[in-house]
Design a protein around this ligand. Sequence first.
Ligand code: ZN
Length: 193
Amino acid sequence: MNESAKPTKIENDVVVVMDYSLTVDGEVVDSSKENGPIAFLQGHGNIIAGLERALEGLKIGDSKKVTVSPADGYGEMDPESFVDVPRAEFPAEIPLEIGTEIQVAMDDGSEDIAIISDIKSDSIQLDFNHPLAGKTLHFEVTITDLREATEEELEHGHAHDDMDDWDEDFDDEDVDDEDEDDDDDEDDEEESK
Ligand code: ZN
């Protein structure tokens, strides 16, 4: 790309790289010390809403503590997300222990994570709430870099630094692109001249 001005502050469509830690109930549950800094595209809902809003206007090197309420974080606990499964339908190989995390195949073919939240005489209660639902989130962030997003990133709505798995949604497009490349030799011919 040509020389374009590096963004000076966080605003929509800027790729933000930051160190972070997330503390919940006094315990660090996630941090860039373990997972490395994250890169995301501001203004596209890549990170939770309450944090994204609070970062607006920050510059490289800025640090900030951000407290996010459940409503702006992973949502309130939803009583309807507790589901009773009859014991007879519950796979025998799964140990019946409160707190066990299990993968559940949903009716639409997707998979969801649930936690065994209660064990009753004739049924098992599963909690489909996000583990951080109902929690107040305490973030500490330091902005380590800002850069312009590429056209592809803007099109996809996310940063490409370290989020390869985000492109799973674009698998179909990617396959089409590859097919086009195979059929289209014009580029190669031009390059060899
Ligand atoms: Zn992408």
